[in-house]
Write a protein that binds this ligand. Structure first.
Ligand code: AHM
Ligand code: MG
Length: 344
């Protein structure tokens, strides 16, 4: 059946009928994320006209300045889910501690992890930004939740997704049965199916990384970047560099066109920069569902058992062959292979 053009809500209901292990609650929850992100998209589209540009003056748990739009988007999620009855706990990049929505905890079955505005440094220059989310089941009835409940590996996610606020607003999600994308039609205020069953190409032609950090990387990462820039048409090199500086935007391009996004460890970020629970894990779930791969260089992202809510990890994500190549460099293998080939 051609379902192109159907609404997000209808798509979720059809999916649920085909895979009935979840109740209608997950559909409602995803639809509510759709509502929250439509509200954020409206603020983003009028950012220069309404009072959402600039900083609040506060500093978040990561030591970063909180932008007004970060605060607005975070509050929007809290308002939308405050009376939903579905989500007991919210964990956000903008909140040091989990936020319990106690009125929901008697029946709310889910935990929601989110980065309300990803790519905040793009806000004031009308650059692309996004929202990322990850949904887990609660595992016990404790009304206040426990660390054990929050610190779960990405492999246990029920659903995950992101919204990209670019020239158009696009909602991409997986509930473990493929990856689907919906474009917001602002004239009717609905997300409509535009990208059916997204599959990532096996390899791409671009790499995406903050090259300004080159001197601060470890030697294998520098070697990988040198290798990708060498001319060798047989292996599709040199690769082109693309870097928006908003993970959602760089990942979305990589998902649709192939290639690799990397945020490795460096001397300033010895654990990596990106956060596991609401940045790396949800995108890793989407990447794998689309046939891609996501790791730290030595470990699969979805296997990591978190030790802290705002834990950071190195992230290598994208086309399976490109990520495998990067992992070979991290393990010191590729360099040796190359040197061997060059010997007479
Ligand atoms: P944010 O969620 O606070 O905006 O930070 C995460 C962002 C990612 O979107 C992006 O990939 C990365 O940080 C860019 O970092 P850098 O400016 O160091 O290249
Ligand atoms: Mg972010």
């Amino acid at each position: 059946m051609n379902t192109k053009g159907i609404t997000l809500t209808r798509h979720i209901l059809l999916e649920q009928r085909a895979h009935p292990s979840e109740t209608g609650d997950l559909s409602t929850l995803l639809a509510q994320i759709g509502l929250a992100t439509k509200m954020i998209a409206r603020a983003v589209s009028r950012a220069g006209l309404v009072d959402v540009l600039g900083v609040t003056g506060a500093v978040n748990v990561h030591g970063e300045e909180v932008k007004r739009l970060d605060e607005y988007a975070n509050q929007t999620f809290i308002h939308v889910f405050g009376h939903s009855g579905l989500v007991c706990t919210l964990v956000s990049e903008e909140m040091e501690k989990p936020r319990h929505l106690s009125e929901n905890c008697s029946q709310g079955k889910y935990l929601l992890f989110f980065d309300p505005i990803d790519g905040s440094s793009n806000i004031d220059v009308n650059g692309t930004i996004g929202t990322i989310f990850s949904i887990h089941h609660r595992i016990n009835g404790d009304p206040h939740g426990t660390e054990k409940e929050w610190l779960r590996p990405g492999s246990e996610q029920v659903a995950a997704g992101y919204v990209i606020y670019g020239p158009s607003t696009v909602f991409v999600y997986t509930a473990g049965n493929g990856v689907y994308g919906f474009t917001l039609d602002p004239s009717i205020g609905e997300f409509l199916l535009s990208h059916e069953n997204i599959r990532i190409p096996a390899r791409g032609k671009t790499y995406s990384i903050n090259e300004g950090n080159y001197p601060a990387w470890q030697p294998p990462m520098r070697s990988l970047m040198d290798y990708l820039k060498e001319k060798d048409p047989e292996t599709g090199r040199p690769y082109s560099l693309r870097y928006v500086g908003a993970l959602v935007a760089d990942f979305h391009r990589t998902l649709l066109q192939g290639g690799i996004f990397l945020y490795p460890v460096d001397t300033r970020n010895p654990q990596g920069k990106l956060r596991l629970l609401y940045e790396a894990a949800p995108l890793a779930f989407i990447a794998e569902q689309a046939g891609g791969r996501a790791g730290t260089g030595t470990e699969r992202i979805l296997d990591i058992r978190p030790t802290g809510l705002h834990q950071r990890v190195p992230l290598l994500i994208g086309s399976p062959e490109d990520v495998a190549l990067a992992e070979a460099f991290c393990a010191g293998r590729k360099k040796r292979d190359r040197e061997r080939r060059k010997q007479p």
